[in-house]
Design a protein around this ligand. Structure first.
Ligand code: NAI
Length: 329
């Protein structure tokens, strides 16, 4: 007897997702790839499927979860670590299983964080353009050493720990704030001390009710003048308007972002021929000491392979009714 294949609707599917997943799908799983993000409107595309596979900017609020439940979806396979975009109580209420990829490559994000810091401090993005035009003037390119600098890490989980290991190699003095984790890798301090002492502050905590806009006016006021702030975690950890004010007053010396609170309107697509309506984002781009990448911290070959393998393992465990080690609801 042959059983019907398990049908998965992929949302927010990019070319690289399609090529990575398609080559690894087992024979008894079929996939349909939708470029649209999952939301209240696109949810009807999931009709006739057994599961949906989603990414960071797909909307899985109560309305979408209920709509998925009504059309018989029983599994949400997130192909990312963060699940702040999922209404977990709503999923629990309709017994919908949500699985994720908790750690595909903490080093990928940690190394990207370091790339942002070094680019901003050594201004290699500016130097690249200058040399392309035979401009070898060094004025305006003065950087600073990481050696002996105090780096404050907020959230010392998998990515934070990978980041600290790299910084220890640079001879930086690393301090951290994490109410739920302890580590020998760096010195624990209060959030207030971290703000007061750090030359560089890196955010590696998840987005929760407690961490929403953790970097606000009050936090910025406590920081050293000229501090560098790096966010590779989730956009809404930062109150962007406060950061813009701090950049204008020169309190914030450098800002590096791989994530942005309103990124779902912009990131993961080519907007180069579009007019961008987001004035806050456009203002950020005007500062010479702001560096933004479009949520690419995870994007390495190693991390993509791990995302595919773990997502397919999660789906297989669900089908075989085996224990789900990566379940979040
Ligand atoms: P993790 O769960 O291993 O570590 C998070 C740490 O934050 C934990 O130690 C936790 O105790 C701590 N934490 C929780 N609340 C806190 C608070 N109020 N203040 C300080 N620390 C707090 O997670 P992991 O894998 O290290 O990922 C961290 C975040 O990175 C994810 O939540 C996700 O938002 C982001 N991320 C970004 C990626 C990108 O491509 N830019 C890719 C993957 C994850």
């Amino acid at each position: 007897m042959t059983t019907a294949p398990f049908r998965i609707a992929f949302f927010s599917a990019q070319k690289y997702d399609i090529s990575a997943f398609d080559s690894q799908l087992p024979n008894d799983i079929t996939a349909e790839y939708f470029t649209q993000p999952l939301n209240e409107i696109s949810v009807k595309l999931a009709e006739g499927f057994d599961a949906v596979c989603c990414f960071v900017n797909d909307t899985l609020n109560e309305t979408v979860i209920n709509a998925l439940n009504e059309i018989g979806i029983k599994l949400v396979a997130l192909r990312c670590a963060g699940f702040n975009n999922v209404d977990i109580p709503a999923a629990n209420h309709c017994k919908m299983v949500v699985v994720r990829v908790p750690a595909y490559s903490p080093e990928a994000v940690a190394e990207h964080c370091l790339a942002l810091i070094l680019t901003l401090s050594r201004k290699t993005h500016k130097a690249y353009n200058r040399v392309k035009e035979n401009n070898f003037d060094l004025n305006g390119l003065l950087g600073f050493n990481l050696h002996n600098k105090t780096v404050g890490v907020i959230g010392l989980g998998k990515i934070g720990s990978a980041f600290v290991k790299i910084l220890n190699g640079f001879g930086a003095n690393v301090i951290y704030f994490d109410p739920f984790a302890e580590s020998e890798l760096a010195k624990p301090v209060s959030l207030e001390t971290l703000y007061q002492q750090s030359d560089i502050i890196a955010l590696h905590c998840p987005l929760t009710n407690d961490t929403l806009h953790i970097i606000n006016e009050e936090a910025l006021e406590q920081m050293k003048p000229g501090v560098m702030l790096v966010n590779t975690s989730r956009g809404a950890l930062i109150d962007t308007a406060s950061c813009i004010r701090a950049l204008k007053s020169r309190k914030l010396g450098y800002l590096a972002l791989d994530v942005y609170e309103q990124e779902s309107e912009l990131f993961f697509k080519d907007m180069s021929c579009e007019i961008i309506d987001d004035d806050v984002f456009q203002r950020l781009l005007t500062f010479p000491n702001v560096l933004i990448t479009g949520h690419q911290g995870f994007f390495t070959q190693e991390a993509m392979s791990e995302i595919v393998a773990t997502t397919l393992d999660n789906i297989s465990a669900f089908r075989l009714q085996q224990p789900l080690e990566n379940q979040v609801s």
